[in-house]
Design a protein around this ligand. Structure first.
Ligand SMILES: [Ca+2]
Ligand SMILES: [Ca+2]
Length: 341
C-alpha cells in the first residue's frame, strides 16, 4: 500500500535518472510543449454527508472517489453481530448492514476509506436508526418559561399532537434563539393518530422523570408529567420571549412543523441571522407565511409570560391551511394543559 503522504506510483524514484539521457538529445528535439507538474494528492477524502437510506443501508458521501478498507467497518450496537459490507461508487460509500436498524435508536458507525493517492480517512459517526414509517406530528401547545409558583408550578414544555400514526424514532425537535439552537431527537415509540405527546424541556433531573417510549403512559412523575406520553429533554430550555421551534422528519431533515414567536416590542425586518434562516426554512416548506423577507410582525407576537402558554387555535385544521402567527393564541393565566386539550 502506498505511503499515505507520498504516492510512489505517481512519482517514480527512477525518474531523475531517466531524465539525464534525454537531456543529451534535447538540442535535436522540437521546442518542448509546456507541461503541468504532476498532481500530488496529499489530501485525505473529506466526508460531505452521511445517513441511513433504508432499514439496512447507509450511505457516506465523500468529496472525491474512494474505496473501502476491507475489515474496517463496524456498527455498534450490531443487531446481528455481522459487520457491514461496503461498496463504493465514485465518492459514495454504500454500507449494507447485517440486520434492520431500530427506528430512532442510537448507533455508532466506524470505518475507513482511501482515495486514489492512498490517503486514508477514518470516520466515527453517531446516527439515529432509520425510521421506515415516521409519525406525522404538529405542535399544539408551548410554555416557554419556568413558572416556579409554589401552588401551580410549570416548566418549559412543548405538546405535540399526532396527526398520522407511526414511529417517533429519529424525529428531531429544535429550539432556537438568535444566538443558540438546542436539539433533541425522539427515541423510537409507536404512536396513534390523535395522541398527545409532551416534551419537557426544563426537567428537574429527578428519577421520577422517565421517558414513556413503551405502552405505559403512567410511568413518569415530575412537574407537568401528564396522562399522555411524556419525554424529558436535557438539551436546554426554550427561548423565553423570542424564538423559532422546528420539528423535522430526521436530524437535519425536512421540517414537519414550526412556530415562530416574538416579543411584541420587536418591529421591522428580522435581519440576517439564525432566526431569519429558520423562519425562511419554514416558509419554503409552506409551514409559515411571510409577506416578503421575514419580519417580526410575521411572528406570533406576545407579551412574554411564564404563566400563559402559546396554543394552536383550533385542533383539527390541516397543517399549513393557515400557517403563521394567526394560527396561534394565548391560554388564560394558569391555563396550561400539558397532555390534554
Ligand atoms: Ca405520562
Ligand atoms: Ca394541551
Amino acid at each position: 500500500m502506498p505511503h499515505p503522504l507520498f504516492d510512489t506510483r505517481q512519482f517514480p524514484r527512477r525518474a531523475p535518472a531517466l531524465l539525464a539521457p534525454l537531456a543529451l538529445f534535447a538540442a535535436c528535439l522540437p521546442a518542448p510543449i509546456p507541461t503541468t507538474p504532476p498532481a500530488f494528492d496529499l489530501k485525505p477524502p473529506s466526508l460531505v454527508e452521511a445517513g441511513p437510506t433504508g432499514l439496512r443501508s447507509f450511505v457516506l458521501r465523500f468529496d472525491e472517489e474512494v474505496r473501502p478498507v476491507e475489515g474496517s467497518f463496524e456498527i455498534e450496537p450490531g443487531e446481528s453481530g455481522e459487520a457491514p459490507t461496503a461498496t463504493a461508487e465514485g465518492g459514495d460509500l454504500k454500507l449494507e448492514l447485517g440486520a434492520d436498524q431500530v427506528a430512532g435508536k442510537d448507533y455508532k458507525l466506524l470505518g475507513e476509506v482511501v482515495d486514489g493517492g492512498g490517503n486514508g480517512s477514518r470516520f466515527l459517526l453517531s446516527f439515529a436508526g432509520f425510521n421506515a414509517h415516521p409519525a406525522r406530528l404538529r405542535i399544539a401547545e408551548v410554555l416557554t418559561a419556568k413558572n416556579s409558583s409554589q401552588k401551580n408550578p410549570h416548566r418549559d414544555f412543548v405538546e405535540f399532537e399526532v396527526l398520522a400514526a407511526g414511529n417517533l424514532g429519529g424525529l428531531e425537535f429544535s429550539a432556537s434563539s438568535s444566538t443558540k439552537t438546542v436539539t433533541w431527537t425522539f427515541p423510537g415509540a409507536e404512536v396513534s393518530a390523535g395522541e398527545l405527546i409532551v416534551l419537557h424541556c426544563s426537567p428537574e433531573g429527578s428519577a421520577a422523570e422517565r421517558d414513556e417510549a413503551g405502552t405505559d403512559l403512567e410511568g413518569s412523575g415530575g412537574i407537568d408529567a401528564s396522562a399522555a406520553r411524556d419525554f424529558w429533554s436535557k438539551a436546554g430550555p426554550l427561548p423565553d420571549a423570542t424564538g423559532v421551534l422546528v420539528l423535522s422528519e430526521s436530524p437535519g431533515g425536512k421540517p414537519m412543523d414550526g412556530l415562530f414567536y416574538a416579543d411584541s416590542a420587536k418591529e421591522g425586518p428580522v435581519g440576517e441571522g439564525r432566526i431569519e434562516g429558520l423562519v425562511q426554512g419554514l416558509v419554503d416548506f409552506g409551514l409559515w407565511a411571510t409577506v416578503a423577507a421575514p419580519a417580526w410582525e410575521d411572528a406570533f407576537r406576545w407579551k412574554p409570560s411564564s404563566s400563559r402558554s402559546i396554543v394552536r387555535a383550533g385542533f383539527g385544521k390541516e397543517p399549513g391551511s393557515e400557517p403563521g402567527g394567526t394560527e396561534w393564541t394565548l391560554s388564560a393565566t394558569g391555563g396550561q394543559t400539558p397532555g390534554f386539550r
